[in-house]
Each structure stands twice: as structure tokens, then as C-alpha cells.
Design a protein around this ligand. Structure first.
Ligand code: FE2
Length: 334
């Protein structure tokens, strides 16, 4: 039996030995209890060997967030790093570099405030196949502020009571690019453009509880930025359940808060984490470069729930009461 007060599972000691084989040269040091690890012993300005990539792929899944300090790399190095793990994807709503659409440059400073990323989210779950990971590299860091908070969604799932876990089995949620809708002005041209994006990115359904393809752990896969509602459920029930689940990310024990230094690369696993970028530094300057690695469709931990189980009556059918012998006979009943 788990609760908010009890850790999701008994964590291994924070001094757990490195998981990478010694021959790879990687040193992995855990930084958070449920997620976050520092990786040293690599120079990402140089190509990696296949065993190093294999070790990183496992560490990424196991720790959720990998931090590579002191990496003086250029955009080409960042793109090469991302390609070790899959195809780089292009964010449809972000300010991509003109000559390299896979690269996003965030240059936030006076007059250019950050986009609304200071809300818990998993990147781009409005896609049928959301990205498997995101790699973000720091170039200019504010003197104070600008941390990124992460939370383990497998810890959030494990921290639910057995009853809640059973209840969520088989439920599905609808995700939409809703925070980006405000980018389109409410005029004829803007509405036309938004409809164009709606055709390309219609609202998608993802399981509420997914299985991580590498670790096999169950993950709670909803986030307040993109998840609209639970499919097939009455709106007020759906809202209540999602609000409850969203609040679970606020449990400190499930989080790792990352404090940036210049020339740091952070590579997170979108399949089992959420993050929120703090905007407390603005209007100081914060310059970052990002690539995103395409993923696969999230896989459900359970078969879809029977739609009949999600049905709700505004008023219980009278026949139900008759059957139990509890109905009060109304004037017109025969
Ligand atoms: Fe994000």
C-alpha cells in the first residue's frame, strides 16, 4: 500500500554503483532518488562508440534525466548526439533555426520572454507518437533562477494506492496542442492556419497508464499542458480525476530540480518524466539549444476499458430501483 507520504518503491542507495560497463569510460552518479543522474567521462564534441551509446540508452531509460556537465559543444555536436538515439523531429510551433529546423534556439532576454513552458508537461504529447527524448544544452545562464524541475511519472504511478492503480487501468486520455492555439490570431487568416494544424495534428488518444519500452515500468501518462480529458467519461468526473493526478506531480520526493551551469547538456526521457521550466530569471538572459528525438506510440499497460463502464446517468433508471424493490411508485407508473 502506497501513499503520498510513503516513497513509491524502496529506492536503491544514492551511492549505487555506475551502471555503465567500465570499458565505456562512463561514470554515472545518481542525483535524485527517483530520477536524475550525472554522466561524466565523455566528450560529446567527439563521436561516441557504439557501446557508449548503448550504455547511455539504458541509463536514459533507467534514470529519466541524464546531466552531462562541462560539454563545450556546437549545434552540430548536439544534433549528432540526438541522432544516436533516433531521428530528430521538428517542433511544429517552436522558433526553429532557419537553416536547421531540427534545432530550437531559446534566446530569452528582455523583450523576448520565454514561452509558457513553466507548467508541468511531457514534450509534444499532442502527437500520435510523442518524442522519446529531448536534449537541451545551456549556453548562457542567468545569475539566479532558470532551473528546470523534473518529476518521475513511474514514481507518481507507483505512489498511487492499489485501488487507484486498478481504477486507472485501461483508461485513455485525449491530448491536444491547446497551449499553442493562442499563437493564431482570431481573424480569418489565423483561424485558417489553425485549422491547417488541426488537420495535421488532430487530438490524439493515449493510454493513461503506459509501459516504458525499455524498463517495463508502468508510467502515468497525463500532463496538464496537453491532456484535455479522459475519453468516454463525463466531463466533471474526468476533470476531478485529472486534477487529482496532476497534483501528484507536486510531491517533492518524486522530483529532481536541475540547476544549470553553462555548457551543460541535459537529456531527458519523455516516456517516463514530466518537466517544468522556471521563468523566475526573466528578464535576465538565458540561451539554450535543443534537439528532440522522435518516439513511438505509447503502449497501454492494460486493454482499453469497456465504454459501458464509463457511462454516467444524470438520473438512475427507475427500473434499477424496481428490481431491488426500493422504487417509490409514481402516479403514472403502472
Ligand atoms: Fe518542454
Amino acid at each position: 500500500m502506497n501513499s503520498a507520504e510513503a516513497p513509491a518503491t524502496a529506492p536503491a542507495p544514492a551511492t549505487a554503483p555506475a551502471t555503465a560497463p567500465a570499458t565505456t569510460g562512463l561514470k554515472i552518479r545518481r542525483m535524485g532518488v527517483f530520477l536524475g543522474a550525472e554522466v561524466t567521462g565523455l566528450d560529446l564534441a567527439q563521436p561516441l562508440a557504439a557501446p557508449q551509446v548503448d550504455a547511455l540508452r539504458l541509463a536514459h531509460a533507467e534514470h529519466g534525466v541524464l546531466v552531462f556537465p562541462d560539454q563545450k559543444i556546437v549545434a552540430e555536436d548536439l544534433k549528432r548526439f540526438g541522432r544516436y538515439f533516433g531521428t530528430l523531429s521538428v517542433h511544429p510551433f517552436s522558433t526553429n533555426a532557419a537553416d536547421s529546423p531540427e534545432l530550437i534556439v531559446y534566446d530569452n532576454k528582455e523583450g523576448n520572454p520565454p514561452a509558457p513552458t513553466d507548467i508541468w508537461h511531457t514534450d509534444e504529447t499532442f502527437r500520435e507518437a510523442p518524442p522519446m527524448g529531448t536534449a537541451l544544452c545551456s549556453k548562457v545562464i542567468p545569475a539566479v533562477g532558470g532551473d528546470t524541475a523534473f518529476v518521475s511519472m513511474s514514481a507518481v504511478y507507483e505512489g498511487l494506492s492499489d485501488r487507484w492503480q486498478r481504477f486507472l487501468c485501461g483508461l485513455e486520455a485525449i491530448h491536444d496542442f491547446k497551449p499553442f492555439r493562442s499563437l493564431f490570431p482570431n481573424d480569418r487568416d489565423g483561424i485558417q492556419k489553425m485549422r491547417h494544424y488541426e488537420d495535421i495534428y488532430p487530438a490524439v488518444t493515449h493510454p493513461l497508464v503506459t509501459v516504458h519500452p525499455i524498463t517495463g515500468k508502468k508510467v502515468l501518462f497525463v500532463n496538464p499542458q496537453f491532456t484535455l480529458c479522459i475519453k468516454g467519461m463525463a466531463e466533471d468526473e474526468s476533470r476531478m480525476i485529472l486534477d487529482f493526478l496532476f497534483r501528484r506531480t507536486q510531491i517533492h520526493e518524486y522530483q529532481y530540480r536541475h540547476h544549470w551551469q553553462p555548457d551543460m547538456l541535459v537529456f531527458w526521457d519523455n516516456r517516463c518524466t514530466q518537466h517544468s521550466a522556471l521563468h523566475d530569471y526573466y528578464p535576465q538572459r538565458r540561451l539554450m539549444e535543443r534537439v528532440t528525438i522522435a518516439g513511438t506510440r505509447p503502449v497501454s499497460a492494460d486493454p482499453p476499458a469497456d465504454p459501458k463502464d464509463l457511462r454516467r446517468y444524470l438520473m438512475p433508471p427507475l427500473a434499477e430501483f424496481r428490481a431491488r424493490g426500493q422504487a417509490v411508485k409514481r402516479q403514472l407508473d403502472t
